[in-house]
Design a protein around this ligand. Sequence first.
Ligand code: GTP
Length: 185
Amino acid sequence: MVAKFPNKRNVRILLVGDRNVGKTSLILSLVSEEFPESVPAKAEEITIPADVTPEQVPTNIVDYSAVEQSDEQLNEQIKKASVVCVVYAVDNDDSFERISSYWMPLIRQNHPDCTCPVVLVGNKIDLVDYSTIDGVYSIMEDYSEVETCIECSAKTLKNISEMFYYAQKSVLHPTGPLYSVEKAD
Ligand code: GTP
């Protein structure tokens, strides 16, 4: 039995997800408090000082770009993350399907003990008049490391700061079991 004590010295938030779901836009919207009309393929890593985060913990936000990064680099970043936000676009069913078929298995492969919390993020809610949250619950049943889910819009800024707060909170105050059972020797 090993205790899963959260590391409170630093939170490293990694955003992953299919192309064009809005990962870079989410990060830049948070930082500039306005929607960037044009974005680079990948945002620079951002460090938010402790005193401006809700939980008073220095937080790094890391973008992922399939164009700029190899699979090895992606695996390395997933391993280093203290929380992974899997972003999908609510108007793109394929990006939603890929959470179960690709992203969650990949995260598990890199964290076989399921100790890395995951936040599912449905972006672009400004484009639809329905919610995708019902579909998310079945993913949460299959993957206990999914701490929570949130729908947001980088364009209207709806739920942007909340999304990063949920990510930070899932590391500092995980709702999952505090103990994981390791294989007996
Ligand atoms: P990759 O770099 O290919 O991985 O894409 P990404 O996931 O970083 O997406 P990016 O931020 O480049 O956004 C893709 C497109 O979606 C851009 O045209 C954005 O302007 C647009 N976009 C991002 N967020 C939103 C949103 O909340 N609403 C709307 N309507 N468009 C958005």
